[in-house]
Design a protein around this ligand. Structure first.
Ligand code: ADP
Ligand code: BMX
Length: 293
C-alpha cells in the first residue's frame, strides 16, 4: 500500500505519505469549518505539497460528512462544516488532483481497522470515532455497510437517553450532541467555563475538577449505551474506539464501566483502534487501491 492520503475532520485535517502500508510522513493543520469546497481543497493541496505529492499519484481522501454515490459531500451536522451542503467533491478532486478515491472518515477507518487492526478477528464489527462529532463505520462479514446516500453508519445521530439539546443535524438529543467534542465544549460553557475545548475539559477532569469529570463521564455513558444499542441491532462481536476523545487516557475505561451495567448479552467487547489516529488515512488509500482508480 503506497501513495497519499488525507483525513479531513471537523477540527483538524491530516495528510500523509504512505509507503508499504506505513505512514512515512505526516502533516496536519486546523480545519476551517466555515470554508467552502475550493478553500478546503486549497488547504488539502498545501498539506499534500509539503509531502512531495504530485498530481496523478495514488490519493485517498476521507472526510467528515456523508458522501453520496454521486460523489457529493454534505455535512450531516451543519454546525461542524457550515458551507458543505451537497458540493461536488469527487468531481472537484478528480479535476484538481486526478486519480482520487473519497469516502466518509469513520467508514474508511472501520475498513482499515477491520482488515489491519482491532477488527481482524471480528465478523460483526463497528468502529466508533469520538472526535469533533461521533461517527461510525460497520463491517459485517468483511463487508462495509454503505448506502447510496452515504448516511449508513452515521451512528452519532441516533438518540441518547442523556440527550435533550437540538443537534446540528436538526435531530433532538443525539449521541453526538452529548458525547462529541463540540458537545463537550458546549457543556463546559454551560457549566461556566466558556471557550474551553474538549481537550482542556479532559485535562481539567484528570486534574480532579468535578465539573469536567461530570461532562467526560456523561460522554462515556452515552457511548456505552450506543455500543449496547448497536449490539442489539447488529449482534456486534467487537467495537473499536477511535478519535482524539475515544483514544484519550481513561476514556475507554469509563465507557467499559458504564457498559458493565448492561445485561451480559449487550456487553460487546471493546478496545482502542489499533491503527490509532491513522485508521482513516490508511482506509482512504486502501479504497483507492481497491477501486483501481
Ligand atoms: P477530527 O474531529 O478533526 O477528526 P480529533 O479526532 O482530533 O479530530 O477530534 C477533535 C476533538 O478532540 C476536539 O474536540 C478536541 O478538543 C478533542 N481532543 C483533541 N486532543 C484531545 C486529547 N488529548 N484529549 C481529549 N480530547 C482531545
Ligand atoms: C459527524 C459527521 C460524520 C463524521 C463524524 C466524525 C458531519 C460533518 N460529520 O457525525 O460524517 O463521520 O462526525 O467526524 O456531519 P469527526 O470530524 O468528528 O472525526
Amino acid at each position: 500500500l503506497g501513495g497519499f492520503a488525507v483525513d479531513l475532520g471537523g477540527t483538524k485535517t491530516a495528510a500523509a505519505r504512505i509507503e508499504n502500508g506505513q505512514i512515512a510522513a505526516r502533516r496536519q493543520a486546523a480545519t476551517d469549518g466555515a470554508a467552502g469546497l475550493d478553500a478546503m481543497l486549497d488547504h488539502v493541496a498545501d498539506l499534500l505539497a509539503g509531502l512531495g505529492y504530485s498530481p496523478g499519484a495514488p490519493l485517498g481522501v476521507a472526510v467528515t460528512g456523508r458522501i453520496g454515490s454521486d460523489g457529493r459531500w454534505q455535512a450531516v451536522n451543519q454546525g461542524t462544516l457550515s458551507a458543505i451542503d451537497g458540493v461536488p467533491l469527487k468531481v472537484a478532486l478528480d479535476t484538481r488532483f486526478g486519480n482520487a478515491a473519497v469516502g466518509n472518515d469513520a467508514a474508511l477507518a472501520a475498513v482499515a481497522e477491520a482488515h489491519f487492526g482491532a477488527g481482524r478477528a471480528s465478523r460483526c464489527f463497528a468502529y466508533l470515532t469520538v472526535s469533533t462529532g461521533v461517527g461510525g463505520g460497520l463491517v459485517l462479514d468483511g463487508r462495509p455497510v454503505l448506502s447510496p446516500n452515504g448516511l449508513a453508519g452515521h451512528v452519532g445521530f441516533v438518540t441518547s437517553p442523556l440527550g435533550s439539546a437540538r443537534c446540528g443535524s436538526g435531530r433532538l438529543g443525539t449521541v453526538e450532541s452529548v458525547a462529541g467534542g463540540r458537545a463537550i465544549a458546549k457543556a463546559a460553557a454551560d457549566a461556566g467555563h466558556p471557550d474551553t475545548d474538549a481537550r482542556t475539559v479532559f485535562s481539567e477532569a484528570l486534574a480532579g475538577a468535578e465539573w469536567a469529570e461530570r461532562i467526560v463521564d456523561r460522554s462515556a455513558a452515552a457511548i456505552a449505551t450506543l455500543c449496547a444499542d448497536l449490539t442489539a441491532i447488529l449482534g456486534l462481536d467487537r467495537v473499536a474506539l477511535g478519535g482524539s476523545i475515544g483514544l484519550a487516557p481513561g476514556y475507554l475505561d469509563r465507557v467499559e464501566r458504564h457498559l458493565a451495567q448492561e445485561p451480559a448479552l449487550f456487553r460487546v467487547p471493546l478496545g482502542p483502534a489499533e491503527l490509532g489516529q491513522d485508521s482513516a488515512l490508511l482506509g482512504a488509500l486502501a479504497l483507492h487501491h481497491m477501486k483501481g482508480t
